[in-house]
Design a protein around this ligand. Structure first.
Ligand code: NDP
Ligand code: HSE
Length: 444
């Protein structure tokens, strides 16, 4: 007996820029394949964008185009609202209004969810609607689905990822082609990778938004962007990139969420990673996420983390999930943050001083007897164990022969202990410039 045909799911798109236009194109191009997977069609019935002329160019007469997003939300025929405007402003109001109107929501907006996720997920639960956000972390890589569903047997120990394509692109192009920071950033903007405000990319905020979402899903904690440590790549110098390479490390902007006995580390910063690790060789705008689970061990997810169709791939996957679940009871769905809302963990985000990691230090010092002994003595006082010490040839660095760069690699230690050691070392008259401190992760 043939199954009755279900009516198509009707989608309202808010914002048809880089990701919105990709979503429209992919849905249209692969509509038959998608219908066979979802069990029903998925069609864009309405599009709202401030630039209606451009929007009409993209969708033709396939969907009604309006400039006021609220018209989409008010349309009773729309089942799912896809928010692809971005930011915390109007996007937040529209998402909450769509939920209040009983619409399911798909969004790629990590900024919004990392900051206001608790409020948004609570509103969605109260209304019995889905808020899906696969595209919000690592673009086209299905990392949310992997963590929420594929790895559900595991106690997750840590997640570490290159989750900002723009900064990875900048670091790769600067290293390989010797291009200037500003030139590469402009190219990332042209290619549609960068955020509307690119300081979010280069100052590590975008990666920290994504790390915040990953921490919530990995450990069953609320989204707490305000407690994340955020550092970008703008202070990174070519000297440290070069020294790191000479020592067998590559510097990557990593988002890290790690479970410790006393809490959760949540941090984003440039990180030395051993060159032999796969993740150290992820280049350009590509993203990669490593997940360590107690049963599965280490798994790695790799792919395009930004761009029109790669991100659309994740948005459409969320639409297919919703199409399959449209008539299912809310209890049958995977919880927004992977854990049942009444079973969230009380583990707190640790202050930065409590984070445990290893370090790369670069010190410009006077090239004379006893300097190294003094420095290693200070590290020993803080119980910091040294992994390696390298001294550059004096004239290689300054050309003067009376000062030199010392590179010290440490084993794991508390960040608080390192801060104390750094303050004591910086106060020495033989330390001639601000000490550079970078974190290092073995990711073994
Ligand atoms: P774009 O700036 O390319 O697109 C946003 C669109 O929304 C623009 O066309 C803009 O119109 C429109 N818009 C702005 N305000 C309104 C409004 N009030 N009502 C209706 N439309 C409006 O952004 P992206 O497509 O790059 O990003 C969208 C979201 O996806 C963001 O949250 C971003 O962080 C996220 N994301 C982006 C990725 C990427 O690779 N680009 C990857 C993963 C996630 P106008 O231009 O006229 O202002
Ligand atoms: N600006 C982001 C990036 C887009 O460069 O990775 C994808 O979230």
């Amino acid at each position: 007996m043939s199954q009755p045909q279900l009516r198509p799911v009707r989608v309202g798109l808010l914002g048809i820029g880089t990701v919105g236009s990709g979503t429209f194109t992919v849905l249209k191009r692969n509509q038959e394949e998608i219908r066979r997977r979802a069990g029903r069609g998925i069609e864009v019935a309405m599009v709202a964008d401030l630039n209606t002329e451009l929007a009409t160019k993209v969708v033709g007469d396939a969907a009604k185009v309006v400039s006021d997003a609220r018209q989409v939300i008010a349309n009773p025929d729309i089942d799912v609202v896809v928010e692809l405007i971005g930011g915390y402003g109007i996007a937040k109001a529209l998402v909450l209004e769509a939920i209040a109107a009983g619409k399911h929501v798909v969004t790629a907006n990590k900024a919004l969810l990392a900051v206001h996720g608790t409020e948004i997920f609570a509103a969605a639960r109260a209304k019995g609607v889905i808020v899906a956000f696969e595209a919000a972390v690592a673009g086209g890589i299905p990392i949310i689905k992997s963590l929420r569903e594929g790895l559900t047997a595991n106690q997750i120990q840590w997640v570490a990822g290159i989750i900002n394509g723009t900064t990875n692109f900048i670091l790769s192009e600067m290293r390989d082609k010797g291009l200037d920071f500003d030139v590469v950033l402009k190219e990332a903007q042209r290619l549609g990778y960068a955020e509307a405000d690119p300081t979010f990319d280069i100052e590590g905020v975008d990666a920290a938004h994504k790390a915040t979402l990953l921490s919530a899903i990995a450990f069953g904690i609320p989204v707490q962007f305000d407690k994340a440590h955020v550092e970008g790549i703008t202070k990174l110098s070519a000297t440290d990139i070069k020294y790191a390479e000479q020592l067998g490390y590559r510097i990557k902007l990593l988002g890290i969420a790690r479970r410790r006995d006393n809490g959760i580390e949540l941090r984003t910063h440039p990180t030395l990673v051993p060159m032999r690790r796969l993740i150290a060789n992820v280049e350009g705008a590509m993203n990669a996420v490593l997940v360590q689970g107690d049963a599965v061990g280490t798994t790695m997810y790799y792919g395009k983390g930004a761009g029109s169709e790669p991100t659309a791939s994740a948005v459409v996957a969320d639409l297919v999930d919703i199409a399959r679940l449209l008539d299912a009871a809310p209890e049958a769905r995977v919880p927004h943050l992977a854990f049942q809302p009444d079973s969230m963990s009380a583990l707190a985000i640790l202050p930065l001083d409590e984070v445990v990691t290893s370090f790369y230090l670069r010190l410009r010092v006077a090239d004379k007897a006893g300097v190294l002994a003094k420095l290693t003595g200070i590290l020993a006082e803080q119980n910091i164990s040294i992994d390696a010490v390298i001294q550059r040839e004096a004239d290689e660095v300054s050309g003067e022969g009376n000062q030199t760069d010392l590179i010290i690699l440490t084993h794991d230690t508390r960040e608080g202990s390192m801060n104390q050691a750094l303050a004591a070392m910086q106060a020495l008259p033989t330390v001639l410039a601000p000490i550079v401190r970078l974190r290092k992760e073995e990711l073994a």
